[in-house]
Design a protein around this ligand. Structure first.
Ligand code: BTN
Length: 260
């Protein structure tokens, strides 16, 4: 595991990564960051681990990642946001990761609603955002980021959908460099996000998504909804034009529908 000093060396950020907690193994960096945030940890605090025994994914799933090959970390933010803007935070995190991976690798990343980052059509990064409120006001949000960096093998179940930077480029990547670039990209976008504005974030995210105008299937809890992906709603929902009219969806997995 990199030391805190190694991760911070040359990192000229003012918020993200100013405080870092490192672990060889932990249940979940999100769970740990939540505990820290609820006891007052400042925004930008990072919890990073080589391995998670209970890594959390979206929709109650687990996040599996080989030990010592990837980036598994969570960071705390405390923006002052109206409640209807909170659903835009995942786009901030995904755009930040995409910008960073592009800077380090020269690749073009795809952003997939709501918060996956893909390389050549396969997922290389998952993001889990968990928010906490006090009297209907956002107290903090935890951004949990899992980037597949140098992992070579994926389970039978995942191998057609998941990839890593090293699998795509046939070489090993410096995880410290990628971590630091993510910190920098998040900080860049956060300058406007913390004031409640998402123009740059949404511009960057939309420039990297392929779904608008396409027929998609949104799957949630075994239910399938078919429609044309039209746009994002002001609060981060996916606007679908379905045979029964327009629907705005807030959770689920999107796949492109095969056209006959
Ligand atoms: C997804 O389902 O795509 C989201 C996966 C998020 C995984 C990351 S790994 C670091 C952080 N800690 C967790 O327990 N989950 C997130």
């Amino acid at each position: 595991m990199y030391s805190k000093e190694e991760l911070q060396s040359g990192l000229n950020t003012h918020i993200f990564g100013k405080k870092i907690f490192t672990y060889e193994s932990i249940d979940s960096t999100n769970a740990c960051a939540k505990t820290l945030a609820s006891t007052g940890a400042e925004e930008g605090t990072v919890v990073i681990a080589e391995y998670q025994t209970a890594g959390r994914g979206r929709l109650g799933r687990t996040w599996q990642a080989e030990s010592g090959s990837n980036l598994l970390f969570s960071t705390i933010i405390r923006p002052t946001l109206e409640i209807n803007k909170i659903g835009l935070l995942p786009f901030f995190a995904a755009a930040g990761v995409a910008l960073a991976l592009e800077t380090v690798t020269g690749a073009h990343c795809e952003c997939k609603w709501p918060n996956d980052v893909l390389l050549n059509g396969k997922k290389c990064c998952g993001i889990l955002l968990e928010s906490s409120f006090q009297h209907n006001v956002l107290d903090y949000a935890i951004i949990g980021i899992g980037v597949n960096v140098n992992q070579k093998l994926f389970s039978e179940e995942l191998k057609d959908r998941a990839t890593s930077l090293s699998q795509e480029y046939g070489k090993e990547f410096d995880r410290r460099k990628i971590f630091q670039q993510i910190m920098k990209s998040l900080e860049l976008l956060y300058a406007e996000v913390k004031t409640g504005k998402f123009e740059v974030t949404l511009h960057e995210w939309k420039a990297r998504t392929k779904m608008f105008g396409k027929q998609v299937t949104l799957t949630q809890a075994g239910e399938h909804l078919h429609g044309r992906a039209m746009s994002l709603s002001a609060d981060g929902g996916l606007v679908l034009a379905t045979p029964d009219g327009q629907r705005v969806c807030y959770a689920g997995d999107v796949t492109f529908t095969m056209q006959s």
